[in-house]
Ligand binder design. Sequence first.
Ligand SMILES: [Mg+2]
Length: 171
Amino acid sequence: MLVNKNENAIPDYYYRHILDITPDKIKNMGAEAVAVDLDNTAVHFGSFRLEDGMREWTENMLSSGIKVYIVTNALLGRAFILSRQMCSVGFTAISLKPSTRGIETASRRLGVPVSKIAMIGDKLSSDVLAANRAGAIAVKVEPLSKSSGKAAKYAAAAAAAAATVVTAVIK
Ligand SMILES: [Mg+2]
């Protein structure tokens, strides 16, 4: 497990993939809600389409009594589109993690104390640090794509172009 030397960026829990995290595991952490990062946690970087299984994962959490909220640095439009694919759960876009704003907003909107929110994300420097600063439970997952930045943006653009072509062919 990779951990930053900065103790504020050390996760409380570590899983390889968000789909490995079950409602029972969340309950065993003492959490009543999850705050979910989007890019490289629930979707490939820059994508408008959720990772396969994420809708079912969200439904499973909700039906088990775990509240779900999205805390993302993504822009409003994409956060909205992706929240619609996650049972229309609430979200904070442009959360500026490691700012604690998104997690604190989640706490207010869900009516769950910050200490009972598990923040799930792939980045130590944003998700884990924000969770620790806020006093939430920090859950680290591996990024969906190892590449980030330009390479991931090109991949997302290529995927979007391919989807356009496929849609055009279907029509
Ligand atoms: Mg991320």
